[in-house]
Design a protein around this ligand. Structure first.
Ligand SMILES: [Zn+2]
Length: 521
């Protein structure tokens, strides 16, 4: 089953008959928002603005892509392509000539984006805080970069607009506030208020055809405070009545008020969308995927560095098929952080930030890979079966809910760089954040699941329950609402490569910040 490819017919049912040219379009992203969390808050009356948007709009589930972390998911939103279509699979990537993996950036997105498409057609876009938009795209309108941004860098386009709005506005790093929920919440609240204030001013002062802002606060809270708002968390009943729970709910009320304030700036002829890039599910146990693979007998951690081998491998490969080799060095092979004994390894974690991807150590592709091409399918099936059968010794449960082959869930010109297997956690498990093979989740109570949300309202949209759509569907809808034909072929040539963005100091700084967000060990 393709879960991330655009299905124009379902998108059309969900978002009104295409083409409906709206006067303007407002898109509000709530990173990680999930109906299982929002519905109880709606029932309590905590989210009146969302409730009235739902009453006049179409609500439903928007399925994320795999991997579902922000750095892969938001580019899917921006390009209408799954990760094999835009080329971003992890938080770090290889670049040609580089001797280690670099943080990904806007320039790692190797497919055209809807903000660029609108800009080319002279539509004015306000693009604010969408993850992975650093360096800010030079669009018609204003772009304020989202994601992790080096200090002192130019983070907005035009360059003076961001600082004039009080940006950079940083915070919400959930791992920084370990076991200090009230401090984290105060920080998340401050960031939400200040970013919303900047967006309101921008919408008031600048002309716009499309305005898009992402609030990352739901995701940050839901990674470590999900028990307070998710009825499916085993601790929910015990903690839902306390002070922290009330403070968490108050941040959702703040998000709702700010949603209302942005909606106030639209009219009846405008298309509005609230959406998330993925949902969240409770977790009480966490995995370390490389340790799991080691336990399953398919990976041996050892001494030595994969890096040297990688470079040697790159030189070897460059003898033949030059362009293809540049791709290979760029990101097809993701050498995991801990050193690996490649002579005793057939599979390794290739989405190291979230554990959502495992790849086969294929001879001729991975450095010192030993699995012969003719054995690839058999080995991949065996590894998939072992992962699915893997049992948590402490609970007897199976932590890995789904294992899919890349070609079953992804398509596009960068499929060869994708992890060979894509994993989804079983209920109550996270595929990352553990040091041991499996351990109790500590300052971690939620992790991503594919089922995100959408609510759309505006001209031609039937109120009521809409179908399940894909995160990749929004790009075409946004472009169509602006009166443009969605591109039939939104993909660049296969030899497109990301361009160096960060200085070495900036790379270190960005990696530090990614650590703070829980993405890097
Ligand atoms: Zn997240």
């Amino acid at each position: 089953m393709k879960i991330c490819n655009s299905d124009p017919s379902s998108a059309a049912r969900a978002t009104g008959s295409i083409p409906t040219v709206a006067t303007r379009t407002l898109i509000v992203g709530w990173d990680g928002a999930d109906w299982d969390i929002l519905d109880p808050l709606l029932e309590r009356g905590d989210l009146p603005h969302l409730a009235s948007l739902i009453a006049r709009g179409s609500r439903g589930v928007s399925r994320s892509c795999l991997p579902s972390h922000s750095w892969a998911a938001w580019p899917t939103f921006l390009t209408g392509r799954d990760p094999a279509g835009h080329g971003v699979f992890d938080i770090l990537e290889y670049r040609p000539g580089a001797n280690r993996r670099m943080p990904v950036s806007w320039r790692s997105i190797l497919a055209p984006t809807w903000p660029q498409r609108l800009s080319d057609a002279n539509r004015t876009t306000l693009l604010v805080n969408v993850p992975l938009t650093y360096p800010p795209p030079q669009i018609t309108g204003v772009a304020i970069a989202g994601g992790v941004i080096p200090q002192g860098s130019t983070f907005s386009h035009p360059a003076d607009v961001g600082p004039a709005l009080g940006w950079p506005i940083n915070g919400g790093s959930w791992t920084t506030f370990r076991h200090r929920p009230l401090d984290l919440l105060a920080d998340v609240e401050r960031v939400t208020e200040r970013r919303a204030a900047a967006m309101k001013r921008l919408m008031d002062e600048q002309p716009w055809d499309v305005a898009c802002m992402v609030f990352v606060s739901p995701d940050r809270m839901q990674h470590c405070l999900l028990e307070y708002v998710h009825p499916g968390h085993p601790r929910h009943a015990e903690v839902a009545g306390g002070e922290v729970a009330e403070r968490v709910r108050s941040v959702y009320r703040l998000l709702d008020r700010e949603l209302g304030a942005l909606l106030e700036r639209t009219g009846a002829d405008d298309l509005v969308m609230l959406m998330s890039d993925h949902g969240h599910q409770p977790c009480t146990r966490a995995l370390n995927m490389n340790r799991v693979l080691e336990h399953l007998g398919v990976l041996t951690l050892g001494r030595g560095s994969g890096l040297v081998s990688l470079l040697a491998w790159g030189r070897l490969r460059s003898i033949a098929r030059k362009v293809y080799d540049r791709l290979g060095l760029h990101g097809k092979v993701a050498v995991p952080t801990p050193p690996i004994d490649w002579s005793k390894t057939v599979a390794y974690t290739s989405v190291t930030s979230t554990g959502e991807g495992v790849s086969i150590a294929l001879a001729g592709r991975e450095p010192e890979g030993t699995v012969a091409p003719e054995d690839y399918e058999r080995v991949r099936d065996e590894v998939a079966a072992k992962l699915l059968a893997f049992t948590d010794p402490a609970t007897g449960r199976r932590p890995i809910g789904e294992v899919r082959k890349k070609e079953q869930v992804l398509s596009g010109p960068y499929l060869d760089r994708a992890p060979d297997l894509l994993l989804e956690a079983a209920p109550l498990y996270s595929l990352t954040h553990a040091r041991q093979m499996v351990e109790e989740a500590d300052w971690l109570s939620g992790d991503h699941r594919p089922e995100g949300i959408y609510v759309t309202a505006g001209p031609g949209i039937e109120p009521g329950r809409g179908p399940v759509i894909s995160l990749a569907d929004f790009a075409g809808r946004i472009v169509a609402a602006a009166g443009l034909e969605p591109d039939a072929d939104w993909s660049r040539t296969a030899d497109a490569e990301p361009v160096p963005v960060f200085t070495e100091d900036e790379e270190r700084e960005v990696e530090e910040r990614l650590r703070g967000l829980g993405y890097l060990e």
